[in-house]
Ligand binder design. Structure first.
Ligand code: SAH
Length: 372
């Protein structure tokens, strides 16, 4: 009896160790894993029949038990500034968003780790759609696979992905089981070969997850701080009730001490009259005292229904002046992809209603076509 598609192992999310185990299960040598990594992630090949350095018998065997199934595009939008946003379909009718941000010297891919989010940060539009489920490793690395293939098209400027940031939908440190193998693929020279500093994991402050990262391979860590004291932070990031600033800062200090990790980037969304005053800038300087770090100020991106508005340029400038004077490198994030709602906190797929999205995903699955 033929194996049905959903019983097949999707090799796109298996890192080298998992692929080796998979091939061991088939009675094959470990070097098969290395061949497959290159075929899938470097050459973008999903059809086993084209993997010409595998014997015909092995190719047939793979076809029977495995598949290479990337996410399928539902919609692609290209912003006037070159930012590209894809709505990608995942199994079970879910849709997620992946954004590519081209800059002169680099190309940053912003990927999602969950469908929706459970943290309910009050200034984030992803929160408004609630939490649906964790993505699996293949759905996470599949976003990179898809973007790399799509961006090779001259229509999108034949761009390369040089950096990956986990700043799309979801909280990566609440889905480490899937995020870790995806990280391993991002780093593997036979897959995406990205240096550790080119992969950034952004967290709202999940302390056990930071501890877990500190114990493993090095990646760049970004912590979404947004406030210098517990009272204000609780209003913006409810997770702060579970992991208050004292615990979060202690974890950050341990993180940089563990095997001399570089520094941590603190993201700070600038919300008019809420957290953008000089008194908060001075509080932030005190909070970060002694910790190797940078601050990235993100002008708040408004979305329908939000009570908040972005800080004025003058407020951002004053804030930055104070933290810089204290010796902390402080950058202001440029807002990109505004016209396609690709900016931070807008990854909600509001271009489609949930029922429209479900219908499109179903159609896509039925037709199995790739959009032009
Ligand atoms: N859950 C992770 C990653 C996703 S959010 C985290 O919290 O870090 C990526 C960054 O965008 C976070 O710093 C987040 O707080 C910020 N952000 C969310 N909504 C925003 C908005 N509307 N305007 C500006 N920044 C926002």
């Amino acid at each position: 009896m033929p194996v049905s598609a959903d019983m097949k192992t999707n090799l796109i999310g298996l890192d080298r160790a998992a692929l080796e185990a998979f091939f061991a299960g088939l009675g094959e040598k470990p070097y098969r894993a290395r061949q497959l990594l290159q075929w899938i992630h470097q050459r973008g090949v999903t059809d086993f029949a084209l993997m010409t350095d595998l014997s015909r018998a092995l190719r047939e065997r793979l076809e029977a038990v495995a598949e290479v199934r990337p996410p399928r595009p539902i919609r692609e939008q290209v912003s006037a500034d070159g930012t590209v946003k894809w709505l990608l379909s995942e199994s079970g009718g879910s849709a997620i968003e992946t954004v590519f941000i081209p800059e002169e010297t680099r190309g940053t891919l912003c990927i999602s780790s969950q469908v929706g989010c459970m943290l309910n940060c009050t200034f984030c539009s992803t929160a408004t759609q609630g939490f649906k489920r964790n993505l699996d490793a293949g759905e996470i690395s599949g976003q990179v696979w898809y973007a790399v293939q799509a961006l090779a098209d001259p229509r999108l400027g034949a761009r390369r992905v040089t950096n990956v940031v986990f700043m799309g939908m979801g909280e990566p440190l609440l889905n480490l089981n899937a995020v870790k193998p995806a990280l391993s693929l991002l780093r593997d020279d036979l897959a995406y070969g990205l240096a550790s500093r080119r992969v950034t994991i952004s967290t709202a402050g999940v302390v056990p997850g930071i501890e877990d990262l500190a114990a493993g391979e090095e990646f760049a860590l970004a912590v979404s701080l947004h406030a210098p004291n517990d009272e204000l932070r609780e209003r913006l990031v409810p997770l702060n009730r579970k992991y208050p600033l004292a615990d979060l800062m202690a974890a950050c200090h341990r993180y940089v001490r563990a095997r001399q990790r570089r520094s941590i980037t603190f993201e700070y969304t600038m919300i008019d009259g809420v957290n953008d005053q000089p008194v908060q800038a001075r509080g932030l300087v005190r909070l970060l005292n002694g910790l190797p770090c940078k601050i990235n100020l993100i002008p708040f991106n408004p979305f329908p229904g939000t009570p908040f508005s972005p800080s004025s340029d003058a407020a951002i400038y004053e804030f930055q002046k104070i933290t810089r004077a204290a010796g902390i490198i402080t950058t202001v994030r440029k807002t990109r992809g505004d016209d396609i709602d690709a900016a931070c906190g807008q990854l909600v797929g509001k271009l489609l209603s949930p029922s429209e999205r479900r219908r499109l995903v179903q159609e896509q699955l039925a037709r199995q076509v790739v959009m032009a």
